[in-house]
Design a protein around this ligand. Sequence first.
Ligand SMILES: [Zn+2]
Length: 63
Amino acid sequence: MSSDERLDLEFAYTAYQDSCRDLYSPHYYCRRPSGHDGVHAAGFGSGRLRWEHQPDHAPHMLS
Ligand SMILES: [Zn+2]
């Protein structure tokens, strides 16, 4: 399984309230489970984004 396929599954099984929600931009937030290892990720297919955590990012701005 590729890492993209693994992320697709993570996103599919992670409810919004259980997700990490680290904010990449006003339109993209991390869809991985909260407390996940490694990089944050959002989006599907060619829109897939991955980013390292930025200490000055304010998480949960959308909630
Ligand atoms: Zn994350």
